[in-house]
Design a binder for this molecule. Structure first.
Ligand code: XUL
Length: 585
């Protein structure tokens, strides 16, 4: 077999990255274009323009970055003629507004000119694309939720309550405030379908899982929601949003779909293989779950400034507290995404208070977290929200409570604990545990285990978290399959071991150190699998394929959770629920 390569792109907020892998899933090349540094003439700061609550990015900069990254591959003499498949991921929610001329301009690109020269003058109706950090659409979010009956209904239909950054509210704002631009727009792309379209040399539809980040897509019925589309259409006479979105999105889950062969522009200009296939691009978080061999009930915990939990599930259980997306590669599965604002920063505050200095040393904090002596903090539970929190949705607050271990009832609120380190990690991890419980499919069905009756004798009592209200016994049945820890704080052994003990994975806890490539790598793996599947070199579904092929030595299997220990943390669930309820009283 001759050598073959696969490219995975990642168009994120601050850079465009492109990785190349071979058939063994080994990274063989990597190039990136940093917007502020390499394309400083656009004057972006961290890749964006900020004007009050409005945050966007110049589309011309992205066109230029695409040429530049191919230029860099060519300069390093990478054999682009051996690239047989391309896929990738992009920042979610952003949108590009194309003119009527765009499709024919894309189809007739000439290799002697640049993308900027050929596309910037006439292919766009708006120079900028809204960015996911935009906060300017509060009014539109209200309008859209009202149209479907409220926040809970919106989450039920589209997988998320209305969010400022989501594409539907952003499109509604353009439809309301920029009538002329909107009228002249014949196609709207997500950032993922934008990059896919440029590479294909024609306008291409959206990809279904990324379309779930719009507040427009009816997830269970696999179509755009008519009420929401009508609301936006009502703002401009004769407007037809479904047409602008090029009809239904591409659903890749039944089998990996092919979008098109690479545009002639890239073949002539950079010597890319003329038969190279482009496979649907998706959103960055969705590509992240494709970068690791995640299967049903596996959880990825990303411990950064904020904490993000991604979970693969076959249960569609939407809530206004988190997001649900259709899984980009596994049929009839979903990705749940829970975002917490208070991650590393909140832990660092506790660390600095404990050290009573700014040394930044984790030594004392970690010693306390891993100490086996739990007696002193056994009846304590606290929340440490230095910033406003998303889950639960409350303002910044630190609150500490003592409780009666035999009933789970809070007995008093206190100003201080001896041991905040242990308590912050305990409550952060426990919050993840209780929120993923209802999503762990099948785990609640048919299980007979009722937990440790010696300690807890109130397991049939219901405990409430946000929008779910389950008997405590349910929280003592559901364990994730495997947990994968990524992000800066995953380096901290004491921290992730405590998380792992509390989350209680049945089949091991893994750490993945090199995550700066996750999104592009997810794209590479999708390109490889799609190519092999479409060429009848594999019949495996994506997750099975990746589990077999994955270079497992890149993951550290650092801990096996213990059922008894996991169960012992159940005593904190009821008091945590009561403590959280007291925050919004
Ligand atoms: C997800 C989100 C961000 C962007 C970042 O909802 O807004 O993660 O996708 O690129």
């Amino acid at each position: 077999m001759t050598e073959r390569f696969y490219l995975g792109f990642d168009l994120s907020t601050q850079q465009l990255k492109c990785l190349a892998i071979n058939d063994k899933l080994t990274i063989v090349a990597s190039e990136s274009v940093e917007f502020d540094k390499d394309l400083s003439h656009y004057g972006t700061e961290k890749g964006i323009y900020k004007n009050g609550k409005t945050i966007d990015a110049p589309v011309a900069m992205w066109f230029e970055a695409i040429d530049l990254i191919f230029e860099r591959y060519k300069e390093r003499k990478f054999p682009l003629e051996k690239v047989v498949g391309i896929s990738g991921s992009c920042q979610q929610h952003g949108s590009v507004f194309w003119s009527e001329k765009a499709d024919s301009l894309l189809k007739t690109l000439t290799a002697t000119k640049t993308l900027v020269e050929q596309l910037v003058p006439h292919s766009l109706t708006r120079k900028t694309a809204p960015n996911w950090q935009d906060h300017s659409t509060a009014m539109q979010c209200d309008e859209m939720e009202t149209a479907v009956g409220g926040m809970v209904e919106m989450a039920q239909i589209t997988g998320s309550k209305a969010h400022f950054r989501f594409t539907g509210p952003q499109i509604l704002k353009v439809a309301e405030d920029e009538h002329e631009n909107y009228d002249e727009t014949s196609c709207i792309s997500l950032v993922s379908s934008f990059l896919q379209s440029v590479l294909c040399g024609k306008l291409t539809p959206l990809e279904e899982s990324d379309a779930c980040g719009m507040n427009l897509y009816d997830i269970e019925n696999h179509c755009y929601d008519k009420q929401l589309i009508s609301l936006i259409d009502s703002k401009n006479q004769g407007s037809d949003l479904t047409k602008k979105l090029l009809g239904d999105p591409i659903s890749s889950t039944k089998k990996p779909l092919w979008t098109a062969n690479v545009s002639d522009y890239f073949v002539k200009k950079y010597n890319v293989n003329a038969l190279c296939s482009i496979y649907p691009f998706t959103g960055d978080n969705l590509a992240t779950i494709c970068s690791l061999p995640l299967q049903k009930n596996d959880v990825l915990v990303s411990l950064g400034t904020s904490t993000t939990v991604l979970l693969v599930t076959d249960s569609y259980l939407p809530s206004p507290d988190y997001h649900m997306f259709i899984h980009p590669t596994i049929p009839r599965h979903y990705m749940a995404m829970i975002c917490y604002c208070n991650g590393s920063l909140a832990r660092e505050k506790v660390r600095d208070q404990l050290n009573n200095d700014n040394s930044g040393s984790w030594e004392r904090f970690n010693k306390e977290v891993s100490s086996k002596d739990d007696k002193s903090s056994e009846n304590e539970i606290g929340v440490y929200f230095s910033l406003d929190e998303i889950v639960p949705s409350v303002n910044a607050i630190h609150k500490r409570a003592k409780f009666d271990v035999s009933t789970g009832n809070i007995t008093e609120f206190v100003d201080k604990f001896e041991n905040d380190s242990k308590n912050i990690v305990k409550s952060q991890a426990l919050s993840c545990r209780v929120r993923i419980t209802p999503l762990l499919s099948n785990s609640l069905k048919g299980s007979t285990s009722t937990g440790n009756g010696n300690i807890i004798n109130y397991t049939s009592e219901k405990v409430k978290f946000d929008f779910s209200d389950l008997p405590l016994s349910d929280y003592m049945k559901a364990r994730p399959n495997r947990v994968f820890f990524v992000g800066g704080a995953a380096k901290n052994d004491s921290l992730i071991k405590k998380y792992a003990a509390i989350l209680g994975a049945k089949n091991g806890n893994f750490r993945f150190a090199n995550t700066s490539n996750s999104c592009a790598l997810g794209g590479c793996y999708k390109a490889l699998w799609s190519y092999l599947y479409n060429n009848e070199e594999t019949t495996s579904e994506f997750d099975k394929f990746l589990n077999e092929k994955f270079n497992w030595e890149e993951l550290e299997h650092f801990y096996d959770s213990n059922e008894e220990e996991w169960r012992s943390y159940s005593i904190y669930i009821k008091p945590l629920s009561h403590l959280e309820s007291s925050l919004s009283e």
